[in-house]
Ligand binder design. Structure first.
Ligand code: HAM
Length: 429
């Protein structure tokens, strides 16, 4: 047999990494809970048509797509948003709005593997369905910033833009949706000259090209100033002006909510996914050049999947990239780990009684390991030290006859004798 390796782009998670992933997931769940998002689960395999509908070329071409044995064209989910829009259009269509939904799980994209980019990765995804109000958009920005803070990350910045600004200009210039998607895809990849070239060959005016050039350069951390400059820039393009006003209002709410969030308003910012209709954003930390989170407003997707016209805004946070950022920033996880206890029977005749004590402590909610290697006491204590056990309960024949065990505090190196019926209480205190 050959020596097997994981498939390219796929990874094993050993205990330390798994612990960190569970920590991020737990934090995301607690954020979901405190913001009122209810967790749902969607299938790993969905119809290709659903996933491809508005994925944008980047994601569409990188799907793990195949025909199942029944001849259906399916794919492994590359994101959660289409599945959630499908559920909102069907099973939850009569539910009162707003709906706040949350998903956690693995996603699959045939991306080129590199630091922070894998073919299997995890997201915590938040979708707020049924409100077109700027406070809904603001909620997603505040929530994402809160998640980064709660996992312990520092220096997070948000790139924020609005699809309606660029689309507003391009629509008024007569570019159809397909052309607009092409332009935005190029802008997402920062291929601005190619994007402008495409606009030019589509017959857009010189004025439009000048505006687009200024929009690409327009960036600023002063939210209200950036908004004003942007508004002047798109003067005469009615829909673009409305979009700028919407963006300014969202950001005003975020800033005035007291949320300490570093925002970079970027008028030429675009995202690869095609379903966005409004505000879009990505979150970064200085240590990584890839985004930790991405999100935005998508008011047409539920309708496209056969539902009522439904406003929606959401964000997906890359769990793997959050973990990478935590490692870079040497974040210490605030784990409420219980004290670890090791039960060591001395000699074969005390094993059954030691197992009984072990069972009682576990039932009392404690973290208990049983010495199962038949080691002598000295070696067993050495092993307990190596594995960072806090207390050893040594079950010896002599003490047992008196209804007692020896309790050793491995950190303080102190040993006492405790009555078995008082052991759980002593350990808890
Ligand atoms: P996205 O920007 O494609 O958006 O992905 C969101 C996050 O998933 C990224 O910021 C990144 O952290 C993580 N991610 C994406 N691809 C990879 C990869 N190959 N390896 C590791 N991490 C990755 C979406 O998925 C949208 N569904 C977000 C959304 C929700 N928009 C509205 N609602």
């Amino acid at each position: 047999m050959p020596e097997f390796k994981t498939v390219r782009g796929m990874r094993d998670f050993l205990p330390e990494e798994t612990r960190m992933m569970k920590y991020v997931e737990k934090t995301a769940r607690s954020v979901a809970e405190s913001f009122g998002y209810e967790e749902i689960m969607t299938p790993l395999v969905e119809s290709y048509e659903l996933l491809a509908a508005k994925a944008g070329e980047e994601v569409r071409l990188r799907m793990f797509a195949f025909k199942d044995l029944g001849g259906r064209m399916v794919a492994l989910r590359p994101e959660f948003t289409p599945s959630i829009a499908r559920i909102v259009a069907t099973a939850l269509k009569n539910e009162p709005k707003p709906l706040r939904l949350f998903c956690l799980g693995s996603l699959y994209r045939y991306d080129e593997p590199q630091r922070g980019r894998y073919r299997e990765f995890w997201q915590s995804d938040f979708e707020l369905i049924g409100s077109a109000k700027p406070e809904a958009d603001a909620e997603l920005l505040i929530l994402t910033s809160g998640l980064m803070e709660r996992v312990g990350l520092k220096g997070c910045t948000f790139r924020v833009g609005h699809v309606g600004v660029l689309r507003g200009v391009l629509t008024q210039e007569g570019l159809d949706d397909k052309l607009q998607n092409g332009v935005l895809q190029l802008m997402d990849k920062k291929q601005y000259e190619d994007a402008l070239g495409l606009v030019k060959t589509s017959g857009a005016s010189e004025k439009c090209l000048t505006i687009l050039r200024s929009l690409v350069e327009l960036k600023g951390s002063d939210v209200s100033k950036a908004g004003e400059t942007m508004k002047k820039c798109v003067d005469g393009y009615e829909k673009a002006v409305v979009a700028v006003e919407n963006l300014s209002e969202i950001l005003r709410l975020v800033v005035e909510s007291g949320c300490e969030i570093n925002i970079s308003v970027e008028a030429g910012f675009a995202r690869g996914l095609e379903y966005y209709t409004g505000m879009i954003f990505e979150a970064y930390v200085p240590e990584l050049d890839v985004a930790l989170s991405g999100g935005g407003r998508y008011d047409k997707l539920v309708e496209l999947f056969g539902g009522e016209p439904t406003a929606a805004v959401g964000v997906a946070n890359g769990v793997d990239r959050i973990m990478l950022a935590m490692q870079e920033q040497r974040v210490i996880m605030k784990e409420d780990a219980g004290k670890k206890i090791m039960i060591i029977p001395v000699g074969d005749e005390t094993r059954a009684e030691a197992l009984k004590i072990s069972r009682a402590l576990k039932n009392a909610g404690m973290v208990v390991e049983f010495e199962i290697m038949g080691r002598r006491i000295g070696k067993a204590l050495e092993d307990a030290d190596r594995r960072k056990i806090d207390y050893a309960v040594i079950v010896g024949k002599k003490e047992l006859e008196e209804g007692k065990v020896s309790l050793k505090d491995l950190k303080k190196r102190e040993q006492t004798t405790v009555k078995i019926e008082q052991l759980a209480e002593t350990l808890k205190s």
